[in-house]
Design a binder for this molecule. Structure first.
Ligand SMILES: Nc1nc2c(ncn2[C@@H]2O[C@H](COP(=O)(O)OP(=O)(O)OP(=O)(O)O)[C@@H](O)[C@H]2O)c(=O)[nH]1
Length: 456
């Protein structure tokens, strides 16, 4: 079934048609009436001047009424006022102004467009009455044609016009329906698909409602800006490449709006005109924020936000596989806050939680994007340092240890941490690697804590 919105569209089309007809009527009748008034003024025929002046006001009033209401009653009043003019004109014709007579032919034609079918027929009969009674003005008139023939001709014209009108109305309605349907679908797409159109310089020429919501800006606030102003962060390769030679870009984009963050699985492709000249770029994206947050919940530790043990295990497994193929150095680090039990016992678990969060933050900020950091157990964290040999790892972790020691902790607690580092060796399983690293951490604890030990 057609949406209600579209059904209403038919009505609005008819209203627009009625408005056009009203203009036509106004443009047509006003000069004719003025001419008639002047004509009878010159001839000093005051009765006719008065009659036409009154009908002019009647016509204007009914026109105004029809303009405002455009319903069956208003078209009835409008046509009635025109009918009076029509009769007056016929009367004028009978006085010898037969050339004026011809404009009344317009009236049955207007009738076709203004009224519904049943009203059209009624009006046609009313309009034809004077013509079907030739004797009414044949006495004084000089008109030599057959009034009955004119009446028949008018009926034929009316019928023909009716079909012409129906034909055009139908085809226009069909086009109108299609346009409305397209508009309707466009609105749905606009409000649900994040989209941007850019010119060759990256200036935004179109933004959908969906992307405006994601970016937390109005559409008018986005259009006209440059793509770079939107601060969409790419998690893979830089989408700016589409501004250069690349034909197509696909990847994940990330946007921070206040405390909220949004994720887009986006694609940017060039657009061309009819002559295959590149005209700009189209970005179409899928909002994957929900999936991302579900994934984040499943993969991260709730307290600190670090990766959880399950995901880290997968990383370790992949890392060993890659190491067996490429032999790139990779280090595993286990770290533990020293005497953390005392912190909990003295300051309570909530303070302990805050310290764990801060401890994670310090480490996360000190490491590279490609490093992975997971919460391994209570106050124990695991770090994976790809493309890093043991000497490089020692430098990084020693700095980290110093940072922890120097940091001003809540409630001025003095805190240190111990680390065990182990570079992956050929043929090791993940279990072996962990055991070796854990041994190094154990030694660090054993040797007095607050130190970094590399496995032997
Ligand atoms: N506040 C808080 N404490 C935790 C959490 N998980 C583990 N812990 C505590 O961490 C403490 C770990 O204590 P231990 O394993 O004895 O180690 P430690 O006191 O740090 O001593 P060393 O590791 O030998 O230096 C325990 O008191 C746990 O209750 C947590 O999520 N929040």
């Amino acid at each position: 079934m057609m949406p209600k919105l579209l059904q209403q569209g038919v009505l609005s089309y008819q209203q627009r048609l009625a408005a056009r007809i009203r203009w036509f009527v106004l443009i047509l009748f006003m000069p004719v009436l003025m001419l008639l008034i002047f004509h009878f003024l010159i001839k000093e025929n005051w009765a006719m001047v008065t009659a036409f002046s009154i009908s002019l006001f009647g016509f204007l009033a009914s026109y105004h009424f029809h303009q405002k209401h455009s319903d069956a009653l208003s078209s009835l009043i409008l046509l009635s006022s025109l009918y009076i003019l029509y009769l007056l004109s016929l009367f004028a014709v009978s006085e010898g102004q037969q050339q004026i007579y011809y404009w009344v032919l317009v009236l049955p034609i207007l009738n076709i467009f203004i009224n519904r079918l049943i009203h059209q027929l009624v009006w046609l009969v009313i309009l034809l009455i004077p013509l079907l009674l030739p004797s009414w003005f044949a006495e004084g008139g000089e008109f030599e044609g057959s009034y009955t023939n004119i009446a028949v001709a008018l009926i034929v014209i009316s019928v023909m016009l009716y079909f012409v009108k129906e034909f055009f109305l139908r085809s226009e309605q069909n086009i109108h329906h299609l346009n409305r349907e397209l508009e309707y679908q466009q609105k749905i797409v606009d409000s649900s698909v994040p989209m941007l159109k850019m010119d060759l310089n990256g200036e935004i020429t179109y933004a959908s409602l969906a992307i405006s919501r994601i970016l937390g800006r109005s559409v008018s606030n986005i259009v006209g800006k440059n793509y770079t102003d939107l601060k969409l962060i790419s998690l893979s390769n830089d989408p700016q490449v589409w501004l250069s030679e690349r034909k197509f870009w696909g990847g994940i984009l990330y946007s921070e709006v206040g405390p909220k963050s949004y994720w887009l699985d986006a694609m940017i492709r060039p657009e061309y005109d009819a002559f295959s000249n590149k005209t700009g770029y189209l970005l179409i994206a899928e909002n994957i924020t929900r999936q991302q947050s579900l994934e984040k919940q499943a993969n991260h530790d709730q307290l600190t936000g670090a990766l959880n043990r399950r995901v880290f295990d997968e990383f370790i497994f992949q890392t060993i596989e890659e190491f067996n193929r490429h032999k790139d150095p990779v280090c595993l680090v286990l770290c533990d806050i020293d005497h953390f039990k005392e912190v909990n016992d003295t300051f309570g678990h909530l303070t302990g939680d805050d310290i764990l969060k801060e401890f994670y933050k310090i480490m996360d900020e000190s490491l590279r994007q490609t490093d992975s950091l997971a919460r391994w157990g209570g106050e124990e964290f695991a770090i994976l340092l790809p493309m890093t040999n043991v000497d490089q790892a020692l430098t990084v972790i020693e700095k980290l240890r110093e940072k922890v020691e120097e940091h001003v902790w809540p409630k001025n607690i003095s805190l240190t941490s111990s680390f065990g580092i182990c570079q992956l060796q050929q043929g090791w399983s993940s279990k072996e690697w962990f055991e070796q690293t854990d041994n190094a951490l154990y030694q660090a604890k054993d040797q007095g804590r607050n130190r970094v030990i590399v496995c032997s």
